[in-house]
Write a protein that binds this ligand. Structure first.
Ligand code: UD1
Ligand code: UDP
Length: 380
C-alpha cells in the first residue's frame, strides 16, 4: 500500500513521528510512505529539529510555501499537493489535525478522488471564528477514514450525520469513524524516558529540583489582539513573582509582542529572572519540561493534552476547548485571556493539584490500530 502523508506545522511533524515509527517497526513490508512537507513551518526550531530528534524520515517533497495570508498559503499548498498526488497516485492521503496544510491536502485529494485518512477527526470548538474549526470540518467531511482520539469527537461526528455502524466498502460517501485513542499519547509514552536521559533543559534553565510553571501561547485570537495578549502576559508576569515561569515563544508570539506590547513590559518579559522566555524548545525538551512542571498554562491543543498525559493541571488560555474531557475531569480550567481568572485558577491548582486523571486518550498504541484499519480498507 502506498500512502502519502502531508505535514507542515510543528504539531503535525510531531504526530507524524508516531505513524512513521509504527510503519518502520511493524509494517515495513506492507506500507510505503511518501512524506510531503508543505513548508508552513520552516524555522529550524519549528521543523528540522523534530526530524533530527524524533527519527522522522526526510520529506520526499518540500513545497516551501512559507508564511502568507490564509488564502495565499492554502492555495499554494493545494496546487503543490495536487501535483504530487497525480504523480504518486497513492492508495490514500494521511492528514493530521486542523491546520492550513490539512485543509489544502483535503481539498486537493477529494477533488481528484484520492481517499483521505484524517487523524484527529471529530474535534470541535464550536467557534467558527477559529481558522482551525473551518479546516477540521472541511477535512472531516472529505475523509474516508476518520480516526477520532476521544468519545466527544465521535459524538460530534454522529451529530453531523456520520453513521457509526456502517459496513464497508468505505469511501468519501460511506466514511468510517473509529475511536482509537490519541496518537500524541503514543509519542509522549515513547519519548518520556528518552527525554529524561537526553536533555539538559532543566539544568540549562536552572530549574533542576525546583517547582516551576510551563506556559505556551500562540493562538492568533490571543497573540493578535493587544488587550488579550497584554492581559495574559500580565498574568504570567504576576505568577512569575511567586514561582519561575518558562515560556518557550512561538515565532508568531515573539513578533506580536514586538508590535503590541510596550517596550518596558517587553523588556521585563525578555529579561526577568523569574520569567524565562526562550525560543521554541525541541520536543524532548518540551516533554522534560512538562514532566517536571507544577502547572501548565497554554492555548495550545497539543500542550493541553500533554499536560494531561503527564498528570499536570492545565490553565487553558481560551474561552473553549476541543478537549472537553480535560475540563470535565477537573484537571483543566478554561480561563480565556482574563487575568483575574488566570491567576485564580493557577493559584488554586498550585495550592491543591488534582490527582485523578482518568484514562481518556487510549492506550498509547493508536498508530498501530490506524495502520491496521488502513491496510484493511485500502490494500488492494
Ligand atoms: C499554525 C496553525 C495552528 C497550529 C500552529 C501550531 C493554521 C491556520 N494554524 O498556526 O492551528 O496550532 O500552527 O504551531 O494552520 N512563523 C515563523 N517561522 C515559522 C513559522 C511561522 O516566523 O517557522 C511566523 C510567521 O510570522 C507567520 C506566523 O508565525 O506569519 C504564523 O505562522 P502560521 O503557520 O501561519 O500559523 P501559526 O500561528 O503557526
Ligand atoms: N512543542 C515543542 N516545543 C515548543 C512548544 C511546543 O516541541 O516550544 C510541542 C508540544 O510538546 C506539542 C506540540 O508542539 O507536542 C504542540 O504544538 P503547538 O502548540 O505549536 O500547536 P497545537 O497543538 O496548538 O496545534
Amino acid at each position: 500500500m502506498n500512502i502519502v502523508t502531508v505535514i507542515g506545522a510543528r504539531p503535525q511533524i510531531i504526530k507524524a513521528a508516531a505513524l512513521s515509527r509504527a510503519i518502520r517497526t511493524s509494517y515495513q513490508k506492507q506500507i510505503h510512505e511518501t512524506i510531503v512537507h508543505t513548508g508552513q513551518h520552516y524555522d529550524e526550531n519549528m521543523s528540522q529539529v523534530f526530524f533530527d530528534e524524533l527519527g522522522i524520515p526526510k520529506p520526499d517533497y518540500n513545497l516551501q510555501v512559507g508564511s502568507a495570508s490564509h488564502g495565499v498559503q492554502t492555495a499554494k499548498m493545494t496546487e503543490g499537493i495536487e501535483r504530487i498526488l497525480l504523480e504518486e497516485r497513492p492508495d490514500c492521503l494521511v492528514l493530521y489535525g486542523d491546520t492550513n496544510s490539512t485543509l489544502a491536502g483535503a481539498v486537493a485529494a477529494a477533488k481528484i478522488h484520492v481517499p483521505i485518512v484524517h487523524i484527529e477527526a471529530g474535534l470541535r470548538s464550536f467557534n467558527k471564528s477559529m481558522p482551525e474549526e473551518i479546516n477540521r470540518i472541511v477535512c472531516d467531511h472529505c475523509s474516508t477514514l476518520l480516526f477520532s482520539p476521544t468519545q466527544a469527537g465521535v459524538d460530534n461526528l454522529a451529530k453531523e450525520g456520520f453513521r457509526l455502524n456502517n459496513e464497508g466498502p468505505y469511501s468519501i460517501d460511506n466514511p468510517k469513524v473509529f475511536l482509537c485513542g490519541d496518537i500524541m499519547y503514543d509519542n509522549s509514552l515513547y519519548f518520556s524516558k528518552i527525554a529524561e536521559e537526553k536533555t539538559d533543559v532543566l539544568q540549562r534553565l536552572q530549574l533542576l529540583g525546583k517547582p516551576f510553571v510551563l506556559a505556551t501561547l500562540h493562538r492568533d485570537s490571543n497573540t493578535d489582539h493587544p488587550e488579550r495578549l497584554n492581559s495574559i502576559l500580565d498574568a504570567l508576569l504576576e505568577i512569575a513573582e511567586e514561582m519561575p515561569v518558562v515560556l518557550p515563544l512561538h515565532p508568531r508570539t515573539r513578533k506580536m509582542i514586538g508590535q503590541l506590547v510596550e517596550p518596558q513590559k517587553a523588556e521585563k518579559l525578555f529579561h526577568s529572572e523569574n520569567l524565562r522566555t526562550t525560543d521554541p524548545v525541541s520536543f524532548l525538551e518540551m516533554v522534560q519540561l512538562e514532566r517536571h512542571a507544577s502547572l501548565v498554562m497554554t492555548d495550545s491543543g497539543g500542550v493541553q493534552k500533554e499536560s494531561y498525559f503527564f498528570q499536570k493541571p492545565c490553565v487553558i488560555l481560551r474561552p473553549e476547548t476541543e478537549w472537553v474531557e480535560i475540563v470535565q475531569a477537573g484537571t483543566g480550567t478554561l480561563t480565556d485571556a482574563d487575568k483575574t481568572s488566570i491567576l485564580e485558577a493557577s493559584r488554586g491548582y498550585l495550592r491543591q493539584p488534582p490527582t485523578n486523571f482518568p484514562e481518556i486518550f487510549g492506550d498509547g498504541h493508536a498508530a498501530e490500530f490506524m495502520l491496521q484499519q488502513m491496510i484493511q480498507c485500502f490494500n488492494s
